[in-house]
Write a protein that binds this ligand. Structure first.
Ligand SMILES: C[S@@+](CC[C@H](N)C(=O)[O-])C[C@H]1O[C@@H](n2cnc3c(N)ncnc32)[C@H](O)[C@@H]1O
Length: 423
């Protein structure tokens, strides 16, 4: 029979017999548990020598003798020599001290579990029958994968301190939600969401997780920003883990900064998990490289509501950077007119990527001087990312694009007849 226990080894003396790589692995995990480690071995491998040089372990450079076990809470023997390991196991048994025998897992009085940690939960796997380390590791890996991917309901059942986690959910495709974001969702008691981002993940939440929709549609703001901040704070103060699921990255035109401030002002713990921004993901999913060797080496991301900055206009005019516009569909006419008035090349390629990474993804291409008409006749709608510059030209990544990598912004950007392309 085997009983699994969570040992508290902090500051407790653990004796490791043996100086090779197996002993070194044991020592490293014991040090991670803050144990006071003493190693007995005539020689040490490089790893253990370093730990000794750094003063992290005590080393007795000789063969083990029985009194070495005095005062140890736990013993590990990993000498590679059966007779020595067996002697250590016997000495430990005589002292009623648990002993792990690395050479024969069934010989000692303790076994080392294969472990995986998720937050403050440690999961261990040991075999109760004859040891089968590969099988144990395979099971540990299966459990670790479930935890890593946020597939286990990790909500706390006991009263706990509330906190807020801002999760950048990416542009919409559930596959672009990070593992860290999924893990946060697995711990959430409540998810505050809006219309952008990987909303499909909401269907995967455990039963009982509350969903608060503060969704905004363009030109219509059902829940004002200060109210969203208030909801986050109030939910956390009720002792709940609150995930604020946001589209893209929380800090790229996501008002994540304001939500962090609202939490900090109320003394509520808040954490930010970065996300894949639509500014980069939507063009990439549409096959548009925002930088391309020999074409352009810089990117300027701007918000269509705020209009052109002189830096963005200069970059667009001289072709030195790609301009990416978020929230730009309703301001497209103004943006195009202002750019042309400021001297931008009328032939500058423009691509509008709607619903990037989602099933409805569509790319509409035009030139700066006809993009307003082309977008109107194609019925381009938000959410869309607008890309302006040489990289927005159709066929840039086609092998037969010729000298495309060196196409200046002023050459004809659109393939004949190509206006709208559904991917
Ligand atoms: C309020 S901003 C939020 C941006 C977000 N924080 C990010 O990093 O992607 C909303 C704008 O992001 C862009 N956007 C978000 N998701 C998109 C998607 N899947 N496809 C195209 N554009 C998207 C649109 O320009 C939309 O108007």
């Amino acid at each position: 029979m085997t009983t699994m226990l969570g040992l508290q080894l902090t500051g407790r003396r653990v004796l490791v017999v043996g100086g090779g790589p197996v002993a070194a692995r044991r020592v490293q995990s014991l040090l991670a548990d803050a144990a006071q480690v003493e190693v007995v071995a005539p020689q040490l491998c490089e790893v253990l020598l370093d730990l000794h040089r750094w003063g992290l372990i005590v080393w007795r450079p000789r063969e083990v003798v029985e009194p070495d076990l005095d005062g140890a809470w736990l013993v590990h023997t990993a000498t590679g020599d059966r007779a020595t390991d067996e002697a250590v196991v016997a000495w430990a048994a005589a002292r009623q001290t648990f002993c792990v025998d690395a050479g024969d897992g069934s010989a000692g009085s303790a076994r080392t579990p294969a472990t995986t940690q998720q937050g403050d939960v440690l999961v261990g796997v040991v075999s109760t029958g004859s040891p089968d380390p590969r099988r144990t590791l395979a099971l540990r890996e299966a459990i670790a994968t479930q935890l890593r991917e946020g597939r286990v309901d990790l909500r706390r059942r006991r009263a706990h301190t509330g906190r807020v986690v801002l999760v950048g959910g990416g542009p919409g495709d559930i596959g672009l939600l990070t593992l860290a974001g999924r893990r946060a969702l697995a711990e959430a008691d409540v998810v505050v969401t809006d219309r952008l981002g990987p909303v499909a993940v909401l269907d995967e939440l455990a039963p009982g997780v509350e969903i608060i929709d503060v969704g905004k549609t363009p030109g219509h703001h059902p829940v004002p920003q200060h109210e969203i901040g208030r909801i986050l704070v109030e939910q956390a103060q009720r002792g709940r883990v609150v995930v604020r699921l946001k589209g893209g990255d929380p800090f790229v035109y996501g008002r994540g900064g304001e939500e962090v401030l609202a939490c900090r002002e109320a003394d509520v713990a808040v954490e930010v998990i970065p996300g894949v921004s639509s500014a980069f993901a939507a063009p990439a999913a549409a096959g548009i490289p925002l930088t391309h060797r020999g074409t352009v080496g810089a990117v300027h991301v701007m918000n269509g509501h705020d209009g052109w900055s002189s830096a963005a206009l200069t970059g667009l005019r001289d072709g030195s950077c790609t301009v990416v516009v978020l929230m730009g569909v309703s301001a497209l006419a103004t943006l195009a007119t202002e750019a042309l008035d400021a001297g931008a090349d009328p032939a500058t390629p423009v691509a509008l990527v709607e619903e990037g990474t989602l099933p409805g993804q569509r790319v509409t291409r035009a030139r700066l001087d006809d993009v307003v008409d082309v977008a109107a006749s194609a019925g381009v709608r938000a959410p869309a990312v607008i890309v302006l510059g040489a990289v927005a030209a159709a066929g840039l990544l086609e092998p037969d694009h010729g000298d495309a990598a060196h196409t200046p912004a002023s050459s004809d950007p659109t393939a004949p007849g190509t206006v709208t392309m559904a991917l």
